[in-house]
Write a new protein. Sequence first.
Length: 276
Amino acid sequence: MERKALHTKSIWKSNLLSDIRIAKEAGFGAVEMAGTKVWDYLEAGRTAAQAKEVLKQYDMKMISINDIAHVERSDDETIARTLKEAHVLSSFARDVDCDCIQLVPLCALEGRPEEEVIDLTAKNIRRICDVGAQYGVRFQLEPVAWSPIHSLRTTKMLIDAVGRDNFGTVIDFWHLWYGAETTPDDVRAFDPSKMYHIHFCDGTRNEPGTVCDETVLRGCYAGEGDIPLHEWVQAVKDAGYDGWWSYELVSAYHWQSDTKEVAGKTKELLDFYVDI
């Protein structure tokens, strides 16, 4: 089966059940579901069983839920909330046959020594991974371009420090490229067993002295930005990765476009760049 998914951030103004149908009609085999949409769905009184039935109806998979954020924070209130989120999302994931949830460390530890950042974040993630293991769920880190953990080098340090079999990373082209430390050669040398998914995307960098607005800098289709996509795609293949590719379009402009049109365009571009 062709392993190409639509990241539902690409069609942000739609909802969970509609996302599944829209992705199927565009030719995708799976969705990577935005976490906010899962929470909205559950808070409206909907159930995992209903979502699973729609996935079955369209012969679709949910490959990941994106995300649990601020996993670097160590205060008791945040940790309690994070572990509760991990239980709820892991239960939902299990019940819809989704085996992965994304984790995002942000900037609460900015300015601290690198080893301390890794140690504190790893301590939190170990607890999250242990929750997920109860449900058969694994977790992928997303290195964020403007956070202390923004490269494959620091990602590997964190994976090693966490030391859990159900913890790896997503290779997000824009975040890694924007962070300016990771190259395609670094991707090529990375352990493919710890590459859980690929976020295929394009984008630009902001001009010095201007605000970094991700929804603007990533507001372009593949081929319209500055990332050498063919090089990044080939590096992933050379590493031996054989999993799912998820097209992620984080664009305030395109969120106001027709969702069917956006989904169709992203599938067309993913087919052009990624021959699998």
